[in-house]
Design a protein around this ligand. Structure first.
Ligand SMILES: [Zn+2]
Length: 164
């Protein structure tokens, strides 16, 4: 059953809240497109924090050993995730200056009365996953296997035909 954890983000920071736990990967459905296996669990921790001017922030820690698919050999590979992020809560009305938008040291998150923590953790993981994960060294699936593959000689013949 999907877990649901909801916090009022600004109250959470005001009360110096702290949340931690484990979520089964099988329950994080939005991650499944990126994964080759959905066993295991994600450990997370969310802590209230304050910026230099007292800005409300959430400090996010996510640790997991995920299974992603190598984009070269298409086999499964382990991807250890050690994510640390600081999200600054901003009210929706605030007009963000370009400078703030371009500041990479922190991410901005609209303050919400009902912040879905599980969805936030899913978002953070999706942003952190590599687009094209690859083993350090591996070989692509062998050519010439499978009914639809074209023989390299046929491809060569076709090339020769074109140049003459
Ligand atoms: Zn590989």
């Amino acid at each position: 059953m999907p877990q649901r954890i909801v916090i009022d983000s600004l109250s959470f920071v005001r009360d110096e809240g702290s949340l931690q736990g484990e979520l089964p990967v099988s329950g994080l459905a939005r991650l499944h497109d990126w994964l080759s296996a959905t066993d295991g669990a994600v450990r997370y921790r969310v802590d209230a924090a304050r910026g230099p001017q007292g800005e409300p922030q959430l400090r996010i820690e996510i640790d997991a050993l995920l299974q992603v698919r190598c984009q070269r050999c298409l086999e499964s590979m382990r991807y250890p995730l050690e994510l640390r992020n600081l999200l600054e809560l901003v009210s929706r009305e605030v007009d963000l200056s370009q400078e703030e938008v371009e500041d990479d040291s922190k991410d901005l998150l609209p303050a919400q009365r009902e912040l879905d923590v599980v969805a936030l953790i899913e978002d953070e993981i999706i942003l952190a996953l590599p687009l094209a994960p690859r083993h350090e060294s591996c070989t692509p699936p062998a050519l010439g296997q499978g009914a639809n593959s074209v023989s390299p000689f046929a491809a060569l013949t076709a090339l020769k035909g074109r140049s003459s």
